[in-house]
Design a protein around this ligand. Structure first.
Ligand code: PEP
Ligand code: MN
Length: 347
């Protein structure tokens, strides 16, 4: 932490800051410049934060240098992490495709979507049984009946399941069926839910809040990590901007930034970013090129009758190109498509 003194600060203002920091058990290093003096603090940052240094005479600014998130930060964890979901790795060296329907609707629709996903190269199946809808009149998901369908489809296809949890009270129920809990953009700052997901010990897919900064996203991850769970994958799914031509604005630069600041894997959701089928492949290419650790994509056997997000779902005709993109592009950036559970992670 650095205390920047105002130009008009007096020697006694400087000494007052030094004494307060030393009384709190820290060390203060005074550096006198031509224009102004700055004081570098070494010690317990949390304790310094409680000293109200900003309110002291002659203090112009207090700047925090270390990240406010600790457990997910790369400061104390230089290596980037690999998170395994039912054995399937997500992390550096690999590019993992997660695909499936936006929502679980029927056993047939879910199985067909899973087969489409697998044909394209997906190793993990997505599908919401509990849907966080903006409108209370929209389809809210099948609930536990949907979880049972997902479990049946996993038994049939062998694909581990990623499914959303929208309420802390449902974590235990969903953890009984799922391989990874998804926390959506609308719940990115539902702290009770983040803590409950942390306590479940299950891998968590944490989407970025639609109006959340990268720091807020990492702080949300810290809530999960603080409960002893570091199996967290971050997902950039587009943010809200003035642009209306796309459903959300894919913040592609958030991927390398979040990877530099944190050690957690970062994936991209091109379906919920672009919001339309024709954008999914271009945004998938962008995600792979920028170094994403994976992508999560909506597919549906009959998008025209889908109960949720049909316009952005890929159909059979798109799968050949998706399969090509996820196999051919990753090697150009030093990665390869994850092919199966339990495969070793490249060094
Ligand atoms: C979803 O993936 O189904 C979803 C609801 O996404 P988001 O939270 O990003 O809107
Ligand atoms: Mn959706």
């Amino acid at each position: 932490m650095v205390v920047v003194m105002a130009q008009e600060a007096t020697e006694s203002d400087i000494q007052a800051v030094v004494s307060l920091v030393e009384t709190a058990g820290g060390e203060a290093f005074v550096s006198r410049g031509v224009e102004r003096t700055i004081i570098g603090l070494v010690g317990d940052v949390q304790q310094f934060a409680s000293l109200n240094l900003r309110g002291m005479g002659g203090v112009s600014d207090v700047i925090r240098i270390s990240a406010p998130y600790k457990l997910v930060s790369r400061e104390n964890h230089a290596e980037r992490s690999v998170v395994r979901v039912g054995g399937v790795p997500i992390g550096p060296g690999t590019m993992t495709l997660i695909a499936g329907p936006c929502a679980v609707e029927t056993p047939e629709q879910t199985l067909q979507a899973a087969q489409m996903a697998r044909a394209a190269g997906a190793t993990l199946l997505r599908g919401g049984a509990f849907k966080p809808r903006t409108s209370p009149y929209a389809f809210q998901g099948l609930g536990e009946a949907g979880l049972k369908i997902l479990a049946d489809v996993r038994a049939e296809t062998g694909m581990p399941i990623v499914t959303e949890v929208v309420d802390a009270h449902d974590v235990e129920l969903i953890a009984g069926y799922a391989d990874m809990l998804q926390i959506g953009t609308r719940n990115a700052q539902n702290f009770a839910l983040l803590q409950a997901a942390g306590e479940s010990g299950m891998p968590v897919l944490l989407k970025r809040g639609m109006s959340g900064t990268i720091e807020e996203w990492l702080m949300a991850a810290e809530y999960i990590a603080q409960r002893g769970n570091l199996d967290i994958v971050l997902c950039e799914r587009g943010i809200r901007t003035f642009e209306k031509a796309t459903r959300n604005t894919l913040d592609i630069s958030a991927v390398p930034v979040a990877q530099r600041l944190g050690h957690l894997p970062v994936i991209v959701d091109p379906s919920h970013s672009g919001g339309s089928r024709d954008l999914v492949l271009p945004l998938t290419r962008a995600a792979i090129a920028v170094g994403a650790d994976g992508v999560i994509i909506d597919v549906h056997p009959h998008p025209e009758t889908a109960l949720c997000d049909g316009p952005q779902a890929l159909v059979d005709g798109d799968l050949r190109e998706l399969a090509r993109v996820v196999r051919e592009l990753p090697p150009l950036v030093g990665r390869r498509l994850t092919e199966s559970a339990d495969e070793p992670v490249p060094a």
